[in-house]
Ligand binder design. Structure first.
Ligand code: ADP
Length: 321
């Protein structure tokens, strides 16, 4: 039977001195997915990535690569673009790219062939003999992307891959990521840019304070957070509309398109259904559209993190008194 998950982390614990950076984190990364690893600063994302890269080892739990415990051999199958990147400034671009590709196990011939293909694709063949110190930040980022993917890794780990890129290059890299996915590469994508998560991820995990608080296909996560929230676009009087809401519905957002046209987001309280609200407003307002709203990853992130922080804050507050 085909293996479904490229990475399976089971109850992984990682401690630094007296700080637990990961606390029983379990994550399953489907083969061929673009997997968003999300969380506030300090949540434990880089710690998790470093464990997959075998830069450090878990204190408890295990990480499997295609159902087998991680070994050094797996390092060749992984491409890692860290957030903090560096190239040797004094070396020439081509020379350095060749060196890094060979470190990943490529022969000189393979490295030259693949690198030339990538440089040609990005239309930067004339950078080959430039010194790294003469590259702009964006140019260096492109080289770093190329040296991360040149050995055709099965698993690609990208930590904030768009930082430092202008919108044109961001789009270029985004398209390359989607292209790599089409070819079967699995991609772990860590970012704070929720718009790009919406655009390219199919699964996500949200880590907060060392623990997983959400995991699953992005569409399911969005559905779970979209429950019972509707957007109503109408022409009419706002006071008439708010009167119709009465206590049965909560007005979450109001967008004034003109003095007589609005887009509002509402959520029924308790057992009330959206049908009742429509019946109430239909005589006073002209409804242009009604649809169940889809939660945005940005809002899900903020809401889920706030919810997960709540009980702990409460306990802290009680203790402090
Ligand atoms: P993220 O990548 O989500 O921002 P990290 O994984 O870098 O978070 O860090 C998680 C927590 O572990 C932070 O509180 C950080 O200070 C701590 N930490 C990370 N690496 C080390 C280390 N080498 N030594 C001590 N503490 C560390």
């Amino acid at each position: 039977m085909a293996v479904k998950y490229i990475i399976k982390a089971h109850k992984v614990v990682k401690r630094y001195h007296n700080h637990t950076a990961l606390n029983k984190v379990s994550i399953k990364i489907p083969k061929g997915s673009i997997y968003g690893l999300l969380g506030p600063n300090g949540a434990g994302k880089t710690t998790f990535i470093r464990l997959i890269n075998q830069i450090s080892k878990p204190d408890k739990g295990e990480i499997l690569f295609y159902n087998k415990p991680l070994t050094e051999e797996h390092i060749q199958k992984i491409g890692y673009l860290p957030e903090e990147r560096g190239l040797y400034k004094k070396m020439k671009v081509g020379e350095q790219a060749m060196y890094l590709a060979q470190l990943k196990g490529m022969s000189k011939v393979e490295a030259k062939r693949n690198l030339t293909e990538w440089f040609d694709k990005f239309d930067i063949l004339d950078w080959w003999d430039k010194k790294v110190e003469d590259l702009s930040k964006g140019m260096a980022q492109k080289i770093q992307f190329i040296v991360t993917v040149v050995h055709e890794p099965e698993l690609l780990i990208l930590d904030e891959p768009f930082s430092g890129f202008d919108p044109i290059n961001t789009e270029l890299i985004k398209q390359e990521i989607l292209e790599l996915k089409k070819k079967g590469t699995t991609i772990i994508f860590s970012t704070h840019n929720m718009q790009s998560v919406e655009e390219i991820c199919d699964h996500i995990t949200l880590i907060n304070q060392s623990e997983t608080i959400i995991e699953g296909p992005i569409e399911e996560v969005k559905k779970q957070f979209s429950k019972n929230t509707y957007v109503i676009h109408f022409v009419g009087n706002m006071i008439t509309f708010t009167n119709a809401l009465w206590t049965g519905f909560e007005l979450l957002k109001k967008e004034e398109i003109s003095k007589t046209e609005y887009k509002v987001t509402v959520s029924p309280n308790g057992e009330n259904s959206i049908n009742e609200l429509i019946q109430n407003i239909i005589h006073g307002c002209k409804i242009k559209s009604v649809y169940e709203s889809s939660a945005k990853m940005h809002d899900i992130f903020i809401k889920a993190v706030a919810q997960s922080n709540e009980p702990k804050n409460l306990t802290k507050g009680i203790k402090n008194e």
